[in-house]
Ligand binder design. Structure first.
Ligand code: ADP
Ligand code: MG
Length: 766
């Protein structure tokens, strides 16, 4: 391993690097920028150089944008240092939900998110001598905020040194941002890579894509339609130009990919011991591709290996192994783009696509967009093929499409919601609501997105006015800043603890945050497979029973399913059977369990530990539902109009009457827009709503705007817990949000006032 270390380009740059670091310390700047091709040894070597130079004094934190990189590299570096395992001696790591370190740890690998969180605690930088921020070119939100914070810290913490590393970066811009920091470029050892575009790929494989847009993914579908064919002789009349048009611009054509893999292996394009690396946009696409490539290459000695962020470490390590007699084909997300290097890769197949996080500014909902990657990303991916010897790169897009791609990916800060970020910055005292920190970032966010975040935090009661137009965190806001979750999920947790249903709130919060609903899609419609059909009917019946018991709420239903599952003994198959009876994803349940633990410990740290008191209302679904309402309203609130509604004499009222006449049973609106309950929600089949409002957690837009999960919300819950709605009293009637009227009496007013001040007291005391 030492021989391998010494053969890395970074090894030769060791003295140069240490000299630059020294120079930068002497000048008072204390920052160094390191660039160098992926795989040259930046991540594994630079931190070790620093440690070897200061063996007794250095305490180095290395921040990575991804969990997988942090844990994987920590393991590798521990190996190189003869320590067998991270966490035993000088090397450790901390990522969300997992850590391994000890008192001797001097090289601590972590994620950006963990370091940001660490910086929130008093004196966090006292014992750290060096902070390395890796992959700064990725420009994700946490990385940009980290850079802004560390730039400030350098002024106040004299012993701190910062090292920024990246494969490619706009070095001039970064250096200027860091006060003309010294730079070091580690020259790579790369071999030429030959390029093939979609046109070439279609020629080489002779693949004839189907004309109509095929529903992606079904192998049977492909054979039933029998449009595509492998050999051009079968349908010679289709011109190359037309074939290109059919595949270009669509998402991945898995059959084209499979035939290309087959062609490459059959004609031994990767050389005797080379492997093939395929870039795809996500985990779903990887498993889809795996199925189809497997069936098309049956009988060939190919080892297909997935690579993505949610792999277990032992699965991940398979990609580094030699597989004599078998061609390794690694199907990877963009983790293999810069953070993980596959040692023997000589052929890259690039779908040229990626999933990019973005958010919908109207619904204030995060979303993942499946889109083309930037030219800079594609260049990185291509470079992966030329590390051991000359290689080949096959891109599955046409020359014309390629030429239209963006040069760089826009920094994440320009396309995400800033609620959580603003909360942490206010907590740190870096921001005071005037934009003094955010405006000094490498790429400042737009005023509109800062305003949106401010207003959303204000509505949920997380902010207070301070002097001179400045803002500070309210007691609730202080608690939310300590919980690593979207603020509305944080509020759900805090309210759950206060109102005595902590366990239920944890289950609900985790269930809503895992991303995918744990309820698998079950179709109640008859289908050809009558056995399936019967099973599905049973599942749907079980679901509606559960739904009724937990008070007609999708939010509570997720919590109920998890709590029932969690109360069963692990092992012995009872949990599995429970999942089957309700059509639940077992892995989904496990993910929720992990998140429940994580949220639970941050709640405890925040002053809300588990106790008899914190679960005194565990039996009441109404109380749990109220927690959901307090967390979601008023931003995620919709009105339900139903036949019994008395319409006001307005244009709106007239429209609703008209709808009713046309037989609309319910008409749900979110401000000016009509929205719908998603068929996968249990609310969908209920058919009657007894409350004038629903709160929802997420909304998706497909053919129409759909609420994915919804909970009924009564006027009193809203009045008491719904935040600053427009509540008016006119002629002794209370109008909430201009809509439901309750007869006003002094008691209600006093109740609300009393409750609000009691809550404030409680939060302040904690
Ligand atoms: P960089 O950060 O410059 O991209 P790294 O320091 O990550 O480079 O990697 C340096 C070398 O170490 C690469 O050749 C890579 O293949 C190898 N390497 C990294 N991690 C592992 C691992 N877990 N097992 C085997 N080799 C590894
Ligand atoms: Mg690296």
């Amino acid at each position: 391993m030492e021989r391998q270390r010494k053969s890395l380009p970074a090894w030769k740059a060791r003295d140069d690097f240490l000299a630059k670091l020294d120079e930068s310390c002497k000048s008072g700047n204390r920052v160094v920028l390191v660039t160098g091709d992926t795989g040259c040894g930046k991540t594994t070597q630079i931190p070790q150089f620093i440690l070897e130079e200061n063996p007794t004094s250095a305490k180095i934190v290395i921040a990575q944008p991804r969990r997988l990189a942090a844990t994987g590299v920590a393991g590798r570096v521990a190996d190189e240092r003869g320590e067998h395992q991270a966490g035993r001696a000088s090397v450790g790591y901390v990522v969300r939900g997992d850590s391994a370190f000890c008192k001797d740890t001097r090289l601590l690998f972590c994620t950006f998110g963990i370091l940001l969180r660490q910086l929130q605690s008093e004196g966090a930088l006292d014992s750290i001598t060096h902070i390395v921020i890796d992959e700064v070119h990725e420009r994700n939100l946490d990385g940009d905020i980290l850079m802004g914070l560390l730039r400030k810290s350098l002024k106040t913490v004299p012993h701190l040194k910062v090292i920024l590393m990246s494969a490619t970066l706009d070095a001039d811009r970064f250096a200027a941002y860091w006060g003309n920091a010294p730079r070091l470029h580690i020259p790579g050892r790369t071999f030429p890579v030959q390029d093939f575009m979609l046109e070439d790929v279609l020629e080489l494989t002779g693949y004839n894509p189907p004309k109509r847009k095929r529903k992606q993914g079904g192998f049977n579908n492909y054979h039933q339609q029998n449009h595509g064919s492998e050999t051009k002789e079968e349908q010679p009349q289709v011109s190359l130009e037309d074939r290109v048009k059919r595949v270009d611009q669509t998402s991945v054509d898995y059959f084209l990919l499979a035939f290309l893999v087959k062609y490459i292996v059959q004609s031994n394009q990767m050389g005797s011991d080379g492997s093939i690396l395929v870039f795809l946009q996500g985990v779903g696409e990887i498993s889809q591709a795996q199925k189809i490539v497997e069936s098309i290459t049956q009988g060939m000695s190919i080892l297909l290996l997935p690579l993505h962020g949610s792999l277990q470490p032992q699965e991940q390590s398979k990609i580094f192994r030699n597989t004599p007699g078998q061609v390794k084909v690694i199907l990877s997300t963009n983790v293999a783009e810069t953070s993980i290097t596959i040692p023997d890769c000589t052929v890259v197949i690039d779908s040229c696509r990626e999933k990019q996080s973005s958010y919908d500014p109207i619904n204030r909902m995060p979303m993942l967009l499946d889109q083309f990657a930037s030219k800079a990303s594609l260049k990185q991916r291509r470079g992966r093929a030329g590390r051991v010897r000359s290689g080949k790169c096959y891109k599955l897009i046409s020359k014309a499409t390629f030429s239209k791609l963006n040069d760089h990916t826009a920094p994440e800060i320009s396309r995400c919601a800033l609620d959580q970020t603003l909360l942490s910055l206010l907590f740190l005292g870096a921001e005071d609501g005037t934009g003094r920190f955010l405006q000094r970032l490498l790429d400042p966010p737009s005023q509109a997105s800062v305003n949106a975040a401010t207003s959303s935090l204000q509505k949920m009661g997380a902010l207070e006015q301070a002097e001179a137009g400045k803002l500070r965190l309210s007691p609730l806001g202080m608690h939310l800043a300590g919980i690593p979750a979207n603020p509305s999920i944080g509020k759900l947790l805090v309210m759950g603890s206060i109102l005595g249903c902590r366990t239920g709130a944890l289950a609900m919060a985790a269930g809503l945050s895992v991303g995918r609903s744990p309820f698998l899609r079950v179709d109640g419609r008859p289908n050809r497979n009558s056995e399936d059909n019967g099973k599905n009917q049973l599942i749907l019946e079980e679901r509606s029973k559960l739904f009724e018991t937990c008070g007609n709420s999708d939010h509570s239903m997720i919590a109920a399913a998890f709590m029932n599952w969690n109360n069963l003994p692990a092992g012995g198959g009872r949990r599995k059977r429970y999942c089957e009876s309700l059509g639940l994803s077992f892995n989904g349940m496990r993910d929720i369990a992990q998140l429940v633990n994580q949220y639970g410990s941050s709640l405890s740290i925040s002053g809300f530990p588990s106790s008899v008191e914190s679960d005194r209302n565990a039996q009441s679904w109404r109380v749990l539902r109220t927690c959901a309402i307090s967390a979601m309203a008023p931003d995620q609130l919709v009105r339900v109009y139903r036949p019994s509604t008395k319409y006001e004499d307005t244009a709106e009222g007239a429209k609703l009457k008209e709808g009713e006449a046309r037989g609309h049973k319910f008409y749900i609106r979110r401000s000016e827009e009509r929205v719908f309950i998603h068929p996968s929600s249990n609310m969908f089949s209920v058919g009657t709503y007894s409350c004038p409002w629903l709160v929802f957690h997420s909304m998706i837009r497909t053919s129409k705007p759909f609420l994915r999960e919804a909970t009924e919300c009564s006027a009193y819950s809203l009045l008491l817990f719904g935040g600053p709605l427009t509540v008016e009293a006119r002629n002794s009637v209370i109008h909430i949000d201009g809509w439901v009227r309750l007869s006003a009496n002094a008691k209600i007013g006093a109740l609300i006032q009393g409750l609000r001040s009691k809550m404030d007291d409680l939060l302040r005391k904690k």
